[in-house]
Design a protein around this ligand. Sequence first.
Ligand code: SF4
Ligand code: SF4
Length: 354
Amino acid sequence: MPENYQLVKTRLQTPLDNGDTVCNLCLWRCRLRHGQRGFCQAHVNRNGTLYNLSYGIISAIDVEAIENKPVYHFRPGTKVMSIGSYGCNFRCKGCHNLEISWGVKALDKLARGESTDAWVKPEEIIELAQKHDVQGIAFTYSEPAVWLEYVIDVAKLAQQAGLYTVYVSNSYVTLEALQEVAPHVDVMCSDIKSLRDDFYQDICPTSQVSEVLTSIKQAHELGIHVETRTNIIPGKNDDPDELKRIAEWIRDNLGADSPWHVTKFFPAYQLSHVPETPHEIIETAVAQARGIGLEHVYAHTDISCDCAAENATVDDWLGKHPSEIKPINKCSASCCGSEGIVVKKFEKEAGLIK
Ligand code: SF4
Ligand code: SF4
């Protein structure tokens, strides 16, 4: 594991004959040529090899009850330390984490070699978790697959330290990535945002509902404890019939005892004009789901997505003065000379930018 910030080889990649390389972490399966970054902005092709830009870069930390994730059927009453980085493979229009989930500015700064974001080595995350007396670590705030290299390194150390791990996902994730995480992740908290392709394609043009559902089922079949969540957005995914079909899908594919969390939408970003979800809609969804035999259905009127908007700063959590943190993140690897990480140079070389 690296001791300082550096680009880390993308864990799942397939080089093609023409120098392009396919990233197999999430279902975008971005095909990238030299200099190009993937949709998430967190992986780059340098001369035919893909690298993750955000290994060890922490955007947010928080300590809270596992029930807040929300997870109700795994180690109830325990505490988790949530961590996240930058970059997501979706562009949800009502995302509460925008600055960190899309993370475009932060990842651009990293690519330019101008980032001063905290770099935290995996061992330090475990030490921090122990210091705060938590029982688990949650990877959250954006899709962890785009940060899988770090997630797996931290999760392995967490296991050795007797901590459980939670992976909060939009489930637009490949089977290969799930197979990599399954031995090291205890719980997956998966969104089923809708059962309509047009809903998903509005936030991720390449996605299909069937792919998301397949990914959730694969996680379940790989032995990960899965709890699903649907955030009901008025006018977008609040059709009672669609909500009933989500409950039926869970019952038929994950089991009647599989927990389903129905959460309330709070207006944000491009959906600021959309009102909060009326409680009656949530209650109807819960009653219908119980009616079709789903045994553990939970209504949440105080949480929506797993957002980091009001957390203390990462510096506060690390207990460091900003001056103690490495001022600029430049790649410490020596493989491409002494320039540090200046991905823009490679993007220019590839003719992608002026
Ligand atoms: S993680 Fe997903 S979005 Fe990012 S480069 Fe890989 S395939 Fe593309
Ligand atoms: S809501 Fe979740 S999946 Fe959607 S953009 Fe935000 S972090 Fe990504």
